[in-house]
Design a protein around this ligand. Structure first.
Ligand code: ZN
Length: 216
């Protein structure tokens, strides 16, 4: 059973991804979304072939060594595979996440952050953090807005917020203008892959107090 995502990534962000302009944390989310969305895959293929044609026309000397490395890394995938993992196409986790976790959901090392919510940080550097978040069925994330960019990709279950309903493969891109309290649907826990490049801004006092310990 394959349900195609309804919320796909914008052309603008896909082009940035194709050009290698996104930081690693966001790369992981976009690569995962593309692996679950035929629509985004087709658009990305288009941008990558345009990018390839541009690279062909440029003199190799014009390319900074670093950008060439990045372009090559882009062709090879998100990250070099550190160890041999048997990737499963029927897994809950998309392949880019399976590579980082070392398997499917059973291999995730969750850390409880209260109210039954759990997280597992997959990548963290100066430019952003990518984490898996587990929200129990019916659970609600404290209402917040964002100091930077937040990309959320649903891997299991579904959540709703002020902007709509998001199910497997759907991506929500939120910025400073988005004020929301994502709530997991009843019946099944919601597992999301989230990338952020700045701390969230919570409305409530309790989440603000807990924030330094959770790192969100
Ligand atoms: Zn948010």
């Amino acid at each position: 059973m394959t349900i195609e995502p309804k919320h796909n990534i914008s052309d603008e962000l896909l082009m940035s991804y194709a050009a290698g302009a996104l930081s690693q944390a966001f790369d992981i989310v976009v690569a995962s979304h593309v692996s679950l969305s035929p629509d985004s895959r087709v658009r990305l293929d288009g941008f990558e072939s345009i990018g390839g044609a541009v690279l062909d026309e440029m003199d190799a000397a014009d390319l900074a060594e670093d950008s060439l490395d990045r372009a090559l890394a882009r062709i090879e995938g998100v990250e070099p595979e550190p160890r041999e993992i048997r990737l499963r196409s029927d897994a809950v986790l998309p392949e880019p996440v399976q590579k980082l976790v070392g398997g499917d959901i059973d291999a995730i090392e969750w850390r409880g952050i209260g109210m039954g919510v759990k997280q597992a940080v997959l990548h963290d550097d100066d430019h952003g953090t990518a984490r898996l978040l587990y929200i129990p069925a019916g659970g609600e994330m404290p209402r917040h807005t964002h100091r930077g960019l937040e990309m959320t990709l649903v891997l299991q279950g579904a959540y709703s917020d002020e902007d709509g309903r998001y199910g497997r493969g759907d991506i929500e891109v939120a910025g400073q203008e988005t004020h929301h309290s994502p709530t997991a649907e009843a019946g099944e826990a919601c597992i999301c892959l989230i990338a952020t490049d700045a701390r969230l801004k919570f409305d409530g006092l309790l989440p603000r107090i807990a924030q330094p310990f959770i790192g969100i």
